[in-house]
Design a protein around this ligand. Structure first.
Ligand code: ADP
Ligand code: MG
Length: 141
């Protein structure tokens, strides 16, 4: 494994449920460090661009509406094997299929409203981090 960075988002349902701290604590317990963070309200254009890979999927419109339904907390996580480690902490997309003890199993309501986003590969992590943060905003430790 090598030192990696990945992009994480606490989605609007997570912010509404007041579980930002719970989610951050899970990252820290797993050995991931938060090296940048910003709370923000995504615009429709930002949400459509961020999830552009899903543009043709039937759930795309609902996904964009959900992602702009309230503020999100966006963060960069750093650590050994951070991309996969974050996906492990998150759990499967569908909370009904997520392993016990994962964020989605414990905190999410549905396959759409599933509390967190996490990059799925090192390449996508680099692209997604650059979508939200400039290099000078990252504080590696
Ligand atoms: P993940 O977030 O686990 O990487 P995907 O990249 O496949 O999952 O999907 C992106 C997001 O789109 C999901 O986190 C979820 O919010 C939403 N989504 C995925 N599949 C569905 C579905 N079948 N129905 C509704 N929303 C979905
Ligand atoms: Mg994905």
């Amino acid at each position: 494994m090598s030192l990696e960075r990945t992009l994480s988002i606490v989605k609007p349902d997570g912010v509404r449920k007041n579980v930002i701290g719970d989610v951050f604590h899970r990252f820290e317990k797993a050995g991931l460090r938060i090296v940048a963070a910003r709370m923000m309200q995504l615009t429709q254009a930002q949400a459509e661009a961020f999830y552009g890979v899903h543009r043709a999927r039937p759930f795309f419109r609902d996904l964009v509406s959900y992602m702009i339904s309230g503020p999100v907390m966006v963060q960069v996580l750093e650590g050994e094997g951070a991309v996969l480690k974050n996906r492990d902490v998150m759990g499967a997309t569908d909370p009904k299929k997520a392993a016990p003890g994962t964020i989605r199993a414990d905190l999410a309501d549905s396959i759409e409203q599933n509390v967190v986003h996490g990059s799925d590969s090192a390449d996508n992590a680099a692209r997604e981090i650059a979508f939200f943060f400039s290099e000078t905003e990252l504080c590696p430790r």
